[in-house]
Ligand binder design. Sequence first.
Ligand code: FE2
Length: 366
Amino acid sequence: MSKAAIAEALSEARERTLALVEPLDDEQLNRVYSPILSPLAWDLGHIANFEELWLVQTIGGREPLHGELGRFYDAIENPRKIRGELPILRDEELRSYMADVRGRTLDVLEGVEIGPDVEDPLLRDGFVYEMLLAHELQHNETMLQLLQGVAGYEPVRPEFEPGAEPVPETPELVRVEAGEHAVGAPDRGFAYDNERPHHTVELPAFEIDRTPVSNGAYISFMEDAGAEPPLYWEREGEEWVSTARGRRTPIDPAQPVIHVSWDQADAFARWAGKRVPSEFEWEAARDRLDGLGHGWEWTSSDFLAYPGFAAFPYREYSEVFFGDTYKVLRGGAWATHPRVARPSFRNWDLPLRSQIFSGLRCARDA
Ligand SMILES: [Fe+2]
């Protein structure tokens, strides 16, 4: 990307962030809606503070605008359940901080070198700028998670309305032969450290559904196995409705199911006589299945480092989360910006979480 393209993309991302919160007043931005999600004012301040840290302080060598404020926006130091009580910026002060940081970012951008031959890996090919863009757009999705719990929220853009391409209730199975498969992000181009190195994995033959599980199929599972409904579902007579955003919207059986936990996904797959695929099965079949945009899809894989992993540019992005606590999700949801959803992208979360836009597709041994 050229500097002009970077500036343009940064501005598009910021317009999107501000459009998301446009219908809300300051009281709603500051309110704690859920102990597992930040108040929106924290997300907004964190987006700007992360930008200041990387694009102004690290790249530009400048001092922060608000001294020690940054420690309240550190995502690792401040768990979501306490973020509403922190002395973070609010209201007008928050809005001017976001604008002031952006002004400085563009100022610094003028004077940096970002070509392919630049020595600093942060600047080479504009890595740090792509990282910041992705960060803001990923926080847009987290904000959309919270907005599902805000009664009366009326989005100003159609892309903020839930919805995906319809999927069949009985998916077609795709067979993938045993062999070696290339996985991970290519060496060039933007990707997070956890997507690298690019490498090959050996997989036995398997079959995987071409499309994710539909609401209709999930309803059959609940009726047959007495399973719990996804988050925001309520029974209304013979029908199911979604209560997200305080509305009562009929559940469309042809939409892919979302808001299911890993445990629910695993139980569904067993009920269907199949299993949740591994993340490498998902990736190996990506060219042959309807993959991105339906919802994040739970996989059976723990969030682990690839062989030869090197943390970059900071340990707290991926490395501190490696282990058997988190499960990997692949794909991307209606709420995921296309810049974020790439085939090698690894999302991760706790198996019990369902406030994320998470569904699944099934696989089985061939
Ligand atoms: Fe963040």
